[in-house]
Ligand binder design. Structure first.
Ligand code: C2E
Ligand code: CA
Ligand code: CA
Length: 530
């Protein structure tokens, strides 16, 4: 019960984690999408600003030249009229004035000053002789505006020259970029007004949570900034859509995980049921003396068929091992083997059945005794039941060695199954003190392909001989493979489709009657037995 509750908690937590991770990934992706998606609009906006800035500063330059070459006497009424006419033809200028000896004398809007007014301190003097005032206080209004002057003239630029180009997601600065100067000065916008900056790095980029684009042309530079957070806010529908999609993906992953768990749960429950009802069956595959072709043993292979479906042992054995009822499954197989084969084993003392056992069986101290009790009941000698363990089962060498010794002392032969697929060396197996090895079928397949030299099989066989181990070669499928192993001395045993596929008990019993013709191991029909 508590395991069930634990599992439910685990699934609930995993679901929340997957949905949250999905949403977080969605937010992250939306952030990237928003940033890359904004590149286009930011480029358009900064280009528009730059066009306007180039126009504004070019107009100022032109009008300064016009004022400086006025055909009228300095600050005469005619000149003021001339300045006014000129000013009305401009787009971005607020005033045009005349200066002399560091003082302001007259302008188009202000008219003639009674007293010349001393000029305020400029912010920047450019190499070509211009004086720049980024935020000069205007005499006629309380506002401030940028002023550019040269020679005996200056022009007041319209502080609202960029008002029509505002964008809710962006902040910007417009800089005057004097020819041959190493710095720019901020004139319009909210970024860096009056600030004298070394020239900005051109192009698009990102610093912290801000993305920017800097562009320059002729007398103007523009910088546009966007805060990623506010970009996301303005792209909120898109961001939430992607985040929702991410969360949905996370949810779907959680559902798939739950379904997989359920499926596994039900596989486990179904298998447990099948074991408890003794519904597993056993097939037998002959093991032959390769040189003579004589059947000397058979391997018992468990089978599970349910509702017309055959589930392979490679799938359900690990389930039983993980769920902790492999010992019961092994006992079911043993019971089935004894029920199928006890008479045949009794009649053929030289014949044995090889049974696969798992790590949990090997480490179970009662396993040997339970097996012995069954064998006694069936009158079968213990040397007629061999046990196959895999290399993985022997990972804990000292425990395995002890368990192997216990089972061998009861009379069972022990084979290392699927030899070569694990990591143990033959020397290590010598230490374990087993009876023999079963060379995995993947090695057998390297024989008969024309290049024995690339196969490791000859070395395995030589080493096994040195350690006095019996050899069973698995997966012999072709006459070429058989011939190769038949020529070896001393003899080896073999198993594979060439000699016989796993099949019901009847076939193996029949093969045994051929060996000992005097003895019938055919089952007595139930009607006769009664
Ligand atoms: P295994 O012990 O290596 O069994 C040999 C497998 O190779 C069997 O597959 C057999 O059908 C297959 N085989 C035999 N000859 C050939 C051949 O010539 N070519 C090819 N390609 N295959 C061949 P199966 O019956 O599907 O068993 C798979 C594995 O399941 C077994 O491998 C064994 O590890 C495990 N297993 C089977 N029965 C039991 C059991 O009762 N208890 C335990 N613990 N494990 C079992
Ligand atoms: Ca085996
Ligand atoms: Ca094997």
């Amino acid at each position: 019960m508590s395991r069930y509750i634990d599992r439910r908690w685990f699934l609930a937590i995993m679901t929340v984690v997957l949905i949250t991770t999905g949403a977080a990934c969605g937010m992250w992706i939306s952030r990237l999408v928003v940033i890359s998606g904004d590149r286009g609009p930011m480029q358009i906006f900064s280009d528009e600003l730059l066009d306007r800035a180039v126009e504004v500063f070019a107009e100022a330059d032109r009008m300064l030249a016009v004022a400086n070459s006025s055909p009228y006497p300095f600050c005469s009424d005619k000149e003021i009229m001339f300045l006014r006419d000129t000013l009305f033809s401009t787009k971005y200028l607020k005033d045009m004035g005349r200066v002399k000896d560091g003082s302001f004398h007259c302008s188009a809007v202000f008219g003639n000053s009674k007293e010349p007014m001393p000029l305020i301190r400029h912010d920047l003097a450019t190499p070509d002789g211009k004086l720049i005032y980024a935020t000069a206080r205007l005499a006629i209004s309380k506002s401030t505006a940028p002023i550019i002057g040269i020679g005996n003239a200056n022009v007041v630029l319209d502080p609202a020259a960029f008002e029509t180009l505002k964008h809710p997601a962006y902040t910007f600065g417009v800089m005057y970029n004097p020819p041959d100067a190493s710095s720019t000065i901020g004139m319009f916008g909210t970024l860096g007004i009056g600030k004298i900056d070394m020239k900005l790095p051109l192009g698009a980029g990102r610093t912290g949570d801000t993305v920017y684009r800097n562009v320059c042309r002729q007398l103007a530079c523009v910088t546009v900034h966007a805060d990623i957070g506010s970009l996301q806010a303005s792209a909120q529908p898109l961001a939430s859509l992607i985040a929702t999609f991410g969360a949905a993906l996370g949810g779907a992953a959680a559902v798939i995980m739950i379904l997989l768990q359920r499926n596994n749960l039900s596989l486990k429950a179904r298998l447990q049921h099948a074991v408890s009802q003794n519904r597993l069956t056993v097939e037998y595959q002959p093991i032959v003396d390769v040189a003579s072709g004589r059947t000397v043993a058979a391997e018992a292979l468990v089978r599970w068929r349910e509702n017309g479906e055959t589930i392979p042992p490679d799938v359900f054995i690990p389930v039983a091992e993980k769920a902790g009822f492999i010992n019961r499954l092994t006992m079911c197989v043993i019971d089935q083997v004894l029920s199928d084969m006890s008479a045949a084993l009794h009649a053929n003392p030289g014949f044995h059945i090889s049974i696969n056992i798992s790590a949990a069986d090997l480490s179970d101290r009662h396993f040997g005794a339970l097996l012995a009790m069954r064998l006694r009941r069936a009158s079968v000698a213990s040397n007629q039941i061999a046990l196959e363990i895999t290399e993985r089962t022997t990972a804990n060498a000292s425990d395995a060695k002890e368990a192997i010794q216990r089972l061998r002392s009861r009379g069972h032969k022990i084979y290392i199954d699927d030899f070569g697929t694990g990591y143990s060396s033959l020397a290590y197996l010598g230490e374990l003190n087993v009876d023999g090895i079963k060379i995995d079928k993947s090695f057998t397949q390297t024989i008969g392909t024309g290049s024995v030299s690339v196969s490791i099989v000859p070395q395995i066989i030589d080493m096994a001989r040195v350690h006095g181990l019996e050899i069973v070669v698995e997966g012999i499928e072709t006459p070429a493979q058989r011939d190769y192993f038949a020529a070896l001395k001393p003899r080896v045993e073999g198993q594979g489709w060439l000699f016989g596929r796993p099949s019901g008990a009847f076939a193996i019993r029949e093969a045994l009657t051929e060996i000992s013709p005097g003895f019938s191991v055919l089952p007595i029909p139930a009607s006769v037995a009664q």
